[in-house]
Design a protein around this ligand. Structure first.
Ligand SMILES: Nc1nc2c(ncn2[C@@H]2O[C@H](COP(=O)(O)OP(=O)(O)OP(=O)(O)O)[C@@H](O)[C@H]2O)c(=O)[nH]1
Ligand SMILES: [Mg+2]
Length: 379
């Protein structure tokens, strides 16, 4: 599972990325700070089944904090978009293809309206312009890729189109579906646009992170206005506040559990001031919004599932005796064999079936796994 962070330049994409991955990346208040993409690992948080089984987990691939399991996924933060990027403006369109490798997208916008279309300081900029711009740049970019499909003997239209989309995680089946849905019989300007539109809607689910809510006069109202204008989910956040918490935690100054900040060490007046600002944001909004956005995109919008794997179904442990060692994020339609593939390609090759550890029964091989399921793969 890979998440792409996209959006207009200088809205806080890299700040959001750093807050969820803790990778050292460049963050600056100017347009086009990020040039090469940043890649890292972030975590979706779900309840760990340890409590249900009255046991203590010994995680291997996914840390557990206070009964919350942190299940890893890949994240990529790309250069900022501006109008015309799909035809090479700004930093060009290379990064559009990098972002489009992702299985789902977080579009970051600046809900405070204090940066303009070019990423420069202003007041009262309407971020709806950016949502429209990103939509249109993605569509034009994908349309242009589809337009490269040429009718050649031996391949049908869908195969020709899909050839150009390999690497973007778009299957031939999906392309066939799109071609059928828009009733295309050749690649033209309008059919390519319709196919691009269909493919984007069905393969690249997106959530809009309304960032810099701390700098907005009325973030909630601004978010509400956007919700009524676009078919996306909009959620407010402050990536800067989340980053402050994560940095302070990393240095052992505070601990942050279940929405509450506790001072672990005596803070300097400056640190105290920074933490108070964050506390006020949490008080006003319930949280910084960052983790909620990631969870919402992966579990509710993309409808991914979290599956645990074990080797010993009685003790729920692996070969080394670790209890509930591994958790994986899988696609909505993933089968037990797809889970085996994630554990190890050798597991998938030798796959003979899987047991649901709650029921002790074999699961159906062709049925999607269930969210939260604990599986023993039989080889
Ligand atoms: N007030 C406030 N400022 C933020 C927030 N998130 C990011 N910023 C600031 O916004 C500026 C741009 O942040 P970046 O993360 O570099 O933005 P970007 O979208 O990655 O920018 P490019 O890579 O240049 O496209 C920096 O000065 C950040 O400190 C936030 O939640 N609140
Ligand atoms: Mg950046």
């Amino acid at each position: 599972m890979k998440i792409g962070i996209i959006g207009r330049t200088n809205v806080g994409k890299s700040t959001f990325f750093k807050a969820i991955t803790m990778e050292e990346v460049e963050i600056e208040d100017r347009p086009f700070t990020t040039i090469e993409p940043n890649r890292g690992i972030a975590y979706v948080r779900v309840e760990c089944p340890e409590k249900e089984f009255g046991t203590k987990c010994q995680p291997h691939n996914s840390p557990c904090i206070d009964g919350e399991r942190l299940v890893p996924l890949e994240v990529i933060d790309v250069a900022g978009l501006i109008q015309g990027a799909s035809s090479g403006k700004g930093l060009g369109n290379k990064f559009l293809s990098e972002a489009m490798e992702a299985d789902a997208l977080i579009q970051v916008i600046d809900i405070s309206g204090k940066t303009d279309a070019g990423g420069n300081k202003t007041s009262d900029y309407d971020p709806a312009n950016d949502v429209r711009m990103v939509d249109s740049e993605m569509r034009i970019w994908l349309k242009n890729v589809i337009m490269r499909a040429k009718a050649k003997s031996g391949l049908d239209l869908s195969q020709e189109i899909q050839k150009n989309l390999s690497g973007l995680g778009i299957s031939l089946e999906r392309v066939r579906e799109a071609v059928k849905a828009v009733r295309a019989d050749s690649v033209s300007d309008s059919s390519a646009e319709a196919i691009a539109d269909y493919i984007l809607k069905t393969t690249k689910p997106m959530i809009v992170a309304c960032n810099k809510m701390d700098a907005s006069d009325d973030a909630d109202r601004a978010v509400e206005r956007l919700r009524s204008s676009f078919p996306y989910e909009f959620m407010p956040c402050s990536a800067a506040a989340e980053l402050t918490i994560k940095e302070a935690e990393r240095h052992g100054f505070i601990s942050y559990r279940k929405g509450k900040i506790e001072r672990v060490k005596k803070l300097t007046p400056e640190q105290e001031r920074a933490i108070r600002i964050v506390e006020n944001i949490i008080k006003a909004h319930g949280s910084t919004g960052v983790q909620e956005i990631l969870n919402r995109l992966v579990l509710s919008i993309k409808k991914c599932k979290v599956v645990f794997t074990v080797q010993d179904e009685k003790n729920l442990s692996d070969a080394n005796g670790r209890v509930l060692p591994d958790a994986y994020i899988v696609d909505q339609m993933a089968t037990p064999k797809d889970v085996a593939e994630l554990v190890h390609s050798d597991f998938a090759k030798a796959y003979k079936g899987a047991i649901d550890c709650r029921t002790g029964l074999k699961v159906k091989n062709d049925e999607p796994v269930k969210n939260g399921q604990i599986l023993k793969i039989l080889i």
